[in-house]
Design a protein. Structure first.
Length: 119
C-alpha cells in the first residue's frame, strides 16, 4: 500500500510540474484528472483554438526506463478514446475549440519535454 501511495504522490507532483510549465507557456487549464470508463486525462488545457489533452509521465530516476517509454501505442489509444468521449460529453467545449490534439509531457528528474500531437 505504501508503494501505491508513493506512486500516486509522485504522479500528482509530475502533473503539477507539467501544469506549471504549460501555464508559463500560455496554456489555460480547463480540467484536471477527468475520467470516465475508458480512462483518465491528466490535464485538459487550451491554447489558441486548440483543446489539448495532455498525458503526463514522471520518473524520478531511470532505473526502470525513462518516462517516454511509458507512452505506448496502447496508452495513446486509451487517451484518444477518452478524449473523444470528453468531446461527446462536453459539446460546448467541442464547439468552442474546433481543433484538438493529444500531447505528452515526459519528465525525467528535472528534464521536462513537451511532445505535441503524439496521437
Amino acid at each position: 500500500m505504501k508503494v501505491k501511495q508513493e506512486n500516486y504522490s509522485k504522479g500528482k507532483h509530475g502533473e503539477m510540474l507539467a501544469l506549471e510549465f504549460l501555464q508559463k507557456n500560455n496554456y489555460i487549464l480547463i480540467e484536471q484528472n477527468w475520467q470516465n470508463k475508458y480512462g483518465e486525462i491528466d490535464l485538459i488545457v487550451s491554447k489558441d483554438r486548440f483543446l489539448v489533452f495532455v498525458e503526463v509521465k514522471y520518473k524520478t530516476d531511470d532505473r526502470f526506463g525513462i518516462a517516454q517509454d511509458m507512452i505506448t501505442p496502447k496508452k495513446l489509444w486509451q487517451v484518444k478514446n477518452t478524449a473523444q468521449a470528453y468531446l461527446l460529453e462536453h459539446p460546448k467545449e467541442a464547439k468552442r475549440f474546433p481543433q484538438y490534439r493529444i500531447d505528452a509531457i515526459c519528465i525525467n528528474g528535472k528534464d521536462l519535454r513537451h511532445y505535441e500531437n503524439v496521437a
